[in-house]
Design a protein around this ligand. Structure first.
Ligand SMILES: COc1ccc(C(=O)Nc2ccccc2)cc1NC(=O)CCSCc1cnc2[nH]ccc2c1
Length: 273
């Protein structure tokens, strides 16, 4: 029947299920909306924590931004409500969980799977940029997979230490673009750089500038010291796309629209996302 527009949700509308994630501001639980039976992720944020970090304004702005976003590859914020001590975010639940855990298990993705994820990310970023939303922190930790295996930019809000197992998890520097390492002004083009890093990591299983210690990683980033291990499962077109994204001069990086038209993407990406 016509989904009646609820003015105000409350905790009583949900059955709370198992704990599924930990954030700096609170915990995330599986939950089922009683009326529809719809399964969601319910994020519980403590107001006291928000005050302590002076984040209530940021959360309010983020909720306004997220509420307007509706793209198949961006995790949905369906609703929010609060009680005396907590703010609740009703988020889309991505049933296949964190993308990088799948990457660790498979060691690397096939070209078809990698190209499909890169096309999904490029499409989601075109959409976000059209809505003037950037800083979608697109590290693998922030990428989830829904029940059909479709990629979702989860954007874990702020300073949320996702329960990642990565050895370089805390402040993963592998994704920093040169202009960020050199503390220059950065703009949307950092996302294009990050897509290059991700494409490499999807295909080889490790980020391109990984090094024993962080100093060397930063040096390799600013020098764009890009090397491709010789392996049969990565085509010349894939390397060509990566080489057009990992470019020091941010104005010379392949644009998001041109990524979607690149021969490797056109040939390998599954259009259903
Ligand atoms: C649109 O998304 C969000 C919007 C806002 C915030 C947020 O916390 N904002 C904030 C908080 C405090 C101060 C300021 C701003 C977080 C998210 N998104 C997530 O947190 C994703 C993982 S929780 C969901 C989810 C789904 N599906 C899964 N499958 C497996 C685990 C899992 C986990």
């Amino acid at each position: 029947e016509k989904q009646r527009k609820k003015e105000e949700w409350s905790l009583a509308d949900f059955e709370i299920g198992k704990f599924i994630g930990e954030g700096k501001f609170g915990k995330v639980y599986l939950a089922r909306e009683k009326q529809s039976g719809y399964v969601v992720a319910l994020k519980v944020i403590f107001k006291k924590k928000l005050e302590k970090y002076r984040f209530h304004a940021h959360l309010r702005r983020e909720i306004e931004i997220q509420h307007g976003l509706n793209h198949p590859n961006v995790l949905r914020l369906f609703a929010w409500f609060h009680d005396a001590t907590r703010v609740f975010l009703v988020l889309e639940f991505a049933a296949r969980g964190e993308l990088y855990k799948v990457l660790r298990k498979l060691h690397h993705f096939s070209e078809k799977r990698a190209a499909t994820y890169i096309a999904s990310l490029a499409g989601a970023l075109v959409y976000c940029h059209e809505k003037h939303v950037i800083h979608r922190d697109i590290k693998p930790e922030n990428l989830l997979l829904d029940i059909e295996g479709r990629l979702k930019i989860a954007d874990f809000g702020w300073a949320v230490q996702s329960n990642a197992k990565r050895k370089t998890m805390c402040g993963t520097i592998d994704y920093l673009a040169p202009e960020m390492v050199e503390n220059k002004a950065h703009d949307y083009a950092v996302d294009n750089w990050t897509l290059g890093i991700l494409c490499y990591e999807f295909l080889y299983g490790i980020p391109p500038f990984e090094a024993e210690d962080q100093k060397d990683t930063l040096n390799r980033i600013v020098k764009v010291d890009l090397k491709f291990p010789s392996t049969p499962h990565v085509s010349a077109e894939a390397k060509e796309l990566i080489s057009k994204l990992l470019v020091k001069d941010s104005s010379k990086r392949l644009s998001l629209k041109n990524i979607l038209k690149h021969p490797w993407i056109v040939k390998n990406a599954d259009p259903t996302g």
